[in-house]
Design a protein around this ligand. Structure first.
Ligand SMILES: [Zn+2]
Ligand SMILES: [Zn+2]
Length: 113
C-alpha cells in the first residue's frame, strides 16, 4: 500500500486533535477509501463544473465534533461524505454551510435564515 493514499485528513478536526484516533482507525480508512472509489476518485465539486481533479480528501458535510464522532451515521455515513480536492475542501470549511442528519441517515443542507 502506498503511503499517502489513505491520508484523508479533515482540516479543522485535525487541528483540534480530538479526531486523530478516528482518522487513523481502520473503520474510517476503509470507509473513506471505499467512498472515494465509489465516486471515481475525483473531486465531486470540480466534476460538477466539468473539471477532472483528483479527490485528495474526504469531507464530512456534518462536521465532526467530540459529540458526534462516535456516531457511525455521521462519522461513517457515505451520505455525509464528499470527496474533494484540497481547494474545494478549504473553501467548504471557510463558508461553514450547515447540514443536518435525520434519523434515517439522510443528509440535507439547511440554509441559514
Ligand atoms: Zn475540487
Ligand atoms: Zn471537511
Amino acid at each position: 500500500m502506498r503511503r499517502g493514499e489513505n491520508n484523508t485528513v479533515e482540516i479543522r478536526e485535525r487541528e483540534k486533535g480530538f479526531a486523530d484516533a478516528f482518522y487513523t482507525s481502520a473503520a474510517w480508512i476503509r470507509c473513506a477509501r471505499g467512498y472515494r472509489r465509489s465516486v471515481g476518485g475525483l473531486c465531486e465539486r470540480c466534476r460538477k463544473r466539468g473539471l477532472i481533479v483528483p479527490a485528495e480528501e474526504v469531507h464530512h458535510k456534518v462536521h465532526l465534533t467530540p459529540e458526534n464522532i462516535n456516531r457511525p451515521e455521521i462519522a461513517l455515513n457515505w451520505r455525509n461524505l464528499e470527496a474533494l480536492c484540497k481547494d474545494c475542501h478549504l473553501k467548504e470549511h471557510r463558508k461553514q454551510k450547515r447540514w443536518t442528519v435525520d434519523d434515517d441517515g439522510n443528509v440535507t443542507a439547511t440554509d441559514p435564515p
